[in-house]
Structure formats: C-alpha cells, structure tokens
Design a protein around this ligand. Structure first.
Ligand SMILES: C[S@@+](CC[C@H](N)C(=O)[O-])C[C@H]1O[C@@H](n2cnc3c(N)ncnc32)[C@H](O)[C@@H]1O
Length: 443
C-alpha cells in the first residue's frame, strides 16, 4: 500500500515560511523552493461544498495560480478536475473553465457546481420536490423501485433503501411533470445533493475513504433520517446555488467546457489553453471508482462491465496484471529507476504500479504540451509517497519527466501546506503537504 510520506518533514526557520490566512494576493511571489502555509477559510463557500471528494483542492491555491498566471477571458484547464474546484474558481475569476475527468461522478459534480440555475426556478423546484417527497411518504403502501446492485442489502438498511428510492422517484416524477423548461440542470443538481448524503446514510465506515463495511462501525440511522438529511442539504445547497448564480450573472466570461475524455487524450484543440492547474491522483492511494461505488450505483453511472475494467483507465490505478509486473520495468529516468529497483525487490507489483503511474504522467504531460499555448504554464501539485517503505520523491521525478522527456521548463517549485482555519496551526518545523510545480511551455 502506498502512503503519503509522513517522514517528509521540511525543517525551515520560521522566517522562511510564508503564512497566509485566506486569500493569497496574486502579487505575492513565493520564492523558488519556498514554503507556504495556507490557512483556508472558505473551502465550502458557494457551490464548492456541494459534494465531498477525496484530495479536493482548497480553493485558495488554485485561485492564486489562476489570478497570477492567467488573464480575464482566458481558458483555464484542469485535466483531472475531480469535483471541479479549478473550473469553478476559473469562472468565478472571469475565465473560461475547462475540465476533464475520467470519473463520471467527478464530471457530474463539476457540471452541477459550475452551472447556474435561475433563483426563481430553483425555489419553485425545491418546494415542489419537498412536497412530492412528503406526498410519497404519506402513501403507506407506496413501494418505490429500488435499484439492484451487488451487496445492496449489506450496504444499506431496508428503510434507508426505501427512503432513497422515494427521493429518486420524486425527482423523476417532477421531471415527467414537465413543469420546468430548465429540467436537466435541476435534475443534475438534485441528484448531486442526493449523492452527497448516500455515504452518510449507508452502513459504510464514514472515516475511511474507500467504501468498506466494518463490524465495529455501527451508525445510528433511524427511519426518516435520510429524508431529513436530504431536505437539509437541499435547502443549504440551494442557498449556495442562489449566491453562486447571482455572482455568475454579473460576470462576462462564465463559459464552462467539459469534454468527455481522459487527461491523456483530452480532445481539446492544439494550443487552445492559457493555463492548466491540476492535482493528479496519488500513486495507488485512492481508488476513485471504489470510493464512489454506492453513489454511482444510485445515480446509474456504473456501466455494465466489471469495475476492474473501469479502474485500469485511472492514473495511479492498482489494477494491474501479473504478466505486466513479472520483470522490472526501466524508465530511463535517473530519479525513478533506482526507486523502482528497490520497490521491485520488496514487491514487484507495487514497482509496476509506480512505473505505470509515472509512464501515464509522461503521456499526460505530452498532452498538456500539445494543448497549451506557447509560453503558458502548467501548475501541478504533488505529494511524495512511501511505497513498501521506499521513499518516492514524486515531485523530483515529475520535474525530470517534464523537463527531459517532454520539454517543459521548470519556472519554480514550492512546498504548500493547506489547513482549515479552525485547525490548530502545526509546529512550523514539521510541515507536511504538497509540492507545487510551475512548469512553462517554451515560447
Ligand atoms: C486528486 S483528484 C482531483 C481533485 C480535484 N483537484 C478537486 O479539487 O476536486 C484526481 C482526479 O484525477 C482523476 N483521474 C484519474 N485518472 C484520470 C485520467 N486518466 N483522466 C482524467 N482524470 C483522471 C480522478 O478521477 C480524480 O478525480
């Protein structure tokens, strides 16, 4: 298993640490190899908080990079956009937001987060949905259709299944009533809100990123809780959506482009992007399809094929075949090959997973080289990993790939630690966080 490198302790004197609470001034010059501690104030403001997502950006860092390295009206891309933090920040800053992700739930969340809905329409629709749910609840013998999926009855209590199915039926009923001309964005919004409570009302361990059942975890979920949670989240998020829509209506460049593709093949035109900002997955640290499997079942987003087939397309996948890892792979990179050798001695499979991650990232960088305009930047955040006890300095490996294999120039790199404003500030000499690489395509 890969873990983040907890030993990566950056020892600096306190004057070398830039500490910022909330917004970063775009005029701020973070020195090369410097350290910054960002105390995040608004990771859930507007539509940012509509759905949890593993390893989500706090908005302050992408906002700073967007304001610093792009201009109003320009195209800002996140090729692994996850829940869409960069895309949302791009449009809030009057840029055109472009987002790609292989994960269907990531794409749906990004779409909802960045699609305004007229306040009056939203109000009427939220009221109508609440009334419809109430009406179905009152029907004693109403039996909604509950979707079939693996281990369904282990994941959910019977009354939770029933309540989620009533919510789903209510959304559908509203859709067929033809009351709303802007139905698709409303339907997506309702589904994302529903999805946001699914993990909480399931029997899965709430403290584990992966979706797992643990005997020790006994959650207290009573009949009616699912409805209450849904309505509460719906009202909260409708309020945030109203505020978001108000801001967007006053801006000029609020287009969002969400092509269906992969970070390795975005389908975007050559030299069409002014800035790219991303945080790639960690090497085999988050199994995204498995993390969201319950939500995907309910939203009908899992295709018919096996999950393992879907998983192989993800950068950082741990779904690999025996034939692939029988022999030690050689990348030709000075920073990577000694590490692969060490891991291979302990675990050939992990060595191949690590090799594949960096090989995919090389193709990903080549794709960015193609779509970025000359002279524009690619900002990548990456943490280091410990794999089978071997330290993998991912940022150094990515810099070697970017410079020697792909042709980017490293403009600067800095170490960034982000914490929520209510968390006690850690001792400054022990910072764990991520490297931010600012790469530049030559002019
Ligand atoms: C660390 S998350 C990004 C989180 C994001 N920055 C946010 O704020 O929500 C990494 C993302 O990379 C995506 N990903 C993995 N492989 C991909 C691929 N081949 N193409 C596009 N996206 C991919 C995952 O689905 C995941 O959403």
């Amino acid at each position: 298993m890969s873990t983040r490198d907890e030993d990566e302790t950056i020892t600096r004197k306190s004057e070398e640490l830039i500490e910022v609470e909330g917004n970063l001034d775009p005029d701020l010059e973070i020195p090369d190899s410097g350290n910054i501690l960002i105390i995040s104030k608004d990771q859930s403001y507007l539509t940012h908080g509509i759905h949890k997502f593993p390893a989500k950006f706090f908005p302050e860092l992408p906002r700073y990079l967007i304001q610093k390295y792009s201009e109003v009206g320009q195209y800002v891309l996140d090729p692994m956009c996850g829940s869409g933090t960069v895309v949302l920040e791009a449009i809030l800053n009057n840029r055109v937001g472009v987002g790609v992700d292989i994960d269907p739930i990531a794409r749906l969340i990004t779409k909802v987060k960045t699609t305004p809905i007229k306040s009056e329409t939203l109000k009427i629709a939220v009221d109508a949905l609440s009334k419809q749910i109430e009406a179905f609840r009152k029907l004693k013998d109403y039996t909604p259709a509950i979707p079939e999926f693996n281990y369904r009855d282990n994941w959910f209590k019977p009354f939770v299944l029933n309540e989620l199915a009533i919510i789903e039926d209510s959304i559908k009923t509203l859709g067929v009533s033809n009351q709303f001309s802007e139905w698709p964005p409303l339907s997506d919004f309702f589904h994302v809100v529903m999805s946001s409570i699914i993990r909480d009302v399931s029997n899965a361990d709430p403290h584990c990123t992966r979706t797992v059942l643990r005997k020790k975890v006994t959650k207290k979920i009573s009949p009616g809780d699912t409805f209450e949670r849904f309505i509460r989240r719906l009202e909260q998020q409708a309020d945030e959506m109203r505020k978001f829509t108000e801001i967007i209506e006053a801006l000029k460049f609020t287009d969002v482009i969400l092509p269906i593709g992969s970070a390795l093949e975005t389908g975007l035109d050559d030299e069409s992007i002014d800035l790219a900002v991303t945080s790639p997955p960690y090497i085999n640290a988050v199994d995204y399809p498995r993390t969201h499997q319950l939500e995907m079942y309910w939203l009908g987003l899992l295709g018919d094929g096996p999950l393992s087939k879907v998983k192989r397309k993800y950068i950082g996948t741990e779904t690999v075949y025996k034939d692939e890892y029988r022999d030690l792979k050689v990348s030709g990179l000075n920073t990577l090959d000694p590490v692969l050798k060490q891991i291979f001695k302990r675990d050939p499979r992990r060595a191949f997973i690590t090799y594949k991650f960096f090989d995919d990232m090389k193709s990903q960088f080549q794709e960015m080289m193609r779509v970025l305009k000359p002279g524009s930047r690619y900002c990548v955040t990456i943490g280091n990993n410990l794999i089978r006890g071997v330290r993998v300095k991912s940022h150094e490996i990515l810099v070697e790939i970017a410079e020697s294999s792909v042709g980017f120039e490293l403009e600067k790199q800095f170490f960034s630690k982000l914490i929520r404003h209510f968390i006690r500030i850690p001792r400054k000499e022990r910072m764990q966080g991520e490297w931010v690489l600012v790469l530049r395509k030559p002019s």
